[in-house]
Design a binder for this molecule. Structure first.
Ligand code: ATP
Length: 438
């Protein structure tokens, strides 16, 4: 039972809270802040949902990241609505009203309504009970208090009421707003990380993204509960990892995971200081001119691992086939770079060394190595050599008297090398070379 006790709200003292009470009460209606921070299409959408329940007495709440970001004055389009009533029926009505499309997930009691470039997630207010650590929770319909109680951190456990006449009222039972001003990430109860250890990764993601720090008790609980991550499937961890890699500077989270020994409970081979990781991630962003692909980031993350550990990584995280090929290629290519040593390497040698690897893997190796000579060779392949084709094809060779079979393949290969190295530049050159060989 003691575990259920909420952690203390980090106020400087209740006297201070009382002093501010008047002010807090006055600004606890956020309607005008919503008007100034949210974009017009989001506001219109919120009002339309609210209009749909006028007279029905169905309380509606805006929840999650949008509320947090609104208080930080950061506009968000990530609209999550909790309905104390039937969210699925309301989602259908909204979809009709705005001429959108509703995707209903009956099993989870959730719905997503999309219209133009906006989408809204709707869910019936619920309470959650965890039968054992790492298990998915048992869900029952509940009140808005229940719904906020099941959330990860106080900064994410606030709601703004949307139905009239309560539109704009802030509900903040755990002091999330206070935490925003004190710049801390704080769990709602002592078993939070044990119930769902993915919250450990979420905590570090918010901490690093927002430039906050873990509240003192929360950090102690996190350190205590890091081993609980071993109760989470590779699949679920991979999902969190993908979200981390979508952050602006994911290396900050990855490094923090290292510092707290988080990798040890997820995937031990990654539990080693990689002093080049930040530099590589930054370089990847520069090269991509924005956010690099998931396969690029993952290749850089596992770049120092052995091939067999990379296979274990792929298996454990159930990495999707195409992404797996890229990261496997990158680590294999790393051990073949000796072939590209030296100032002068024939283009045909570069081509043969690289043609079986995926272009993203080659780019990842280029980024990871950061070596100017190697860059020249890899770049030559990526920009030019991989597109080179011979002018004669199999049919043309048949016309010249070459029979189908291994010889045909060999001649086509030799022709390609000659073309890559500039020894032939026209059809006549290629014909002459084939005749010479014959
Ligand atoms: P982001 O800005 O990263 O999208 P978000 O807060 O919208 O942040 P989501 O992952 O979309 O994050 O989740 C929406 C909300 O659902 C969160 O704000 C939080 O209240 C709740 N939530 C999500 N995952 C968990 C979890 N594992 N445990 C408890 N609550 C969660």
């Amino acid at each position: 039972m003691a575990d259920e006790v909420l952690l203390s709200i980090p106020l400087k003292g209740y006297a201070c809270y009382n002093l501010l009470y008047q002010e807090v009460a006055e600004i606890s209606n956020l309607a005008s802040q919503m008007n100034s921070v949210l974009s017009q299409d989001v506001l219109v959408l919120l009002r339309r949902v609210a209009n749909l329940v006028i007279g029905d007495g169905v309380p509606l709440y805006l929840v999650g990241g949008l509320v947090r970001d609104l208080l930080l004055k950061v506009p968000s389009r990530d609209v999550d609505i909790v309905v104390v009533g039937d969210a699925l029926t309301l989602a259908r009505s909204l979809s009709d009203d705005i001429d959108g499309a509703a995707k209903i997930h009956r099993r989870f009691g959730t719905a997503t309504v999309s219209c133009k470039n906006l989408s809204v997630d709707m869910v019936t207010a619920r309470s959650e009970v965890y039968s054992r650590p790492g298990a998915l929770p048992d869900i029952r319909p509940g009140s808005i208090d229940d719904d906020l109680k099941r959330r990860d951190f106080a900064i994410n456990a606030m709601a703004i009421r949307l139905d009239y006449p309560h539109y704009g009222e802030l509900i903040d039972p755990y002091g999330g707003r206070q935490d925003l001003t004190q710049r801390v990430v704080r769990v709602l109860h002592k078993r939070s990380f044990v119930d769902d250890a993915t919250r450990i990764l979420r905590a570090l993601r918010y901490e690093q993204r927002l430039g906050f720090h873990l509240e003192w008790d929360t950090e102690a609980l996190l350190r205590r509960d890091v081993p609980a991550l071993s109760t989470i499937s590779g699949n679920r961890i991979c999902h969190e990892l993908e979200i981390i890699l979508r952050e602006e500077q994911p290396e900050k989270v990855v490094e923090r995971m290292n510092g707290l020994g988080v990798w040890r409970s997820i995937f031990t081979p990654l539990d080693a200081e990689d002093d080049k990781l930040s530099e590589r991630f930054e370089r990847a962003r520069r090269v991509a001119g924005g956010a690099p692909s998931l396969s690029m980031y993952l290749s850089l993350l596992v770049y120092n691992l052995t091939e067999s550990d990379v296979e274990r990584f792929i298996l454990f995280f159930r990495i999707q086939k195409m992404v797996a090929k890229v990261i496997r290629d990158a680590v294999r290519l790393k051990s073949m770079l000796g072939l590209l040593d030296g100032n002068v390497v024939l283009p045909s040698v570069i081509y043969r060394a690289l043609c079986s690897y995926s272009p993203t893997a080659i780019l990842a190796v280029d980024v990871a190595e950061g070596d100017s000579l190697l860059h020249r060779h890899l770049n030559l392949y990526l920009k030019r050599l991989r597109y080179v084709r011979t002018l004669l094809d199999g049919e043309a060779l048949l016309g010249l008297g070459v029979n189908t079979g291994p010889l045909m393949g060999k001649i086509l290969g030799e022709l390609k090398d000659a073309r890559l190295d500039g020894r032939v530049t026209s059809v006549q050159d290629e014909v002459a070379l084939v005749k010479h060989w014959l």
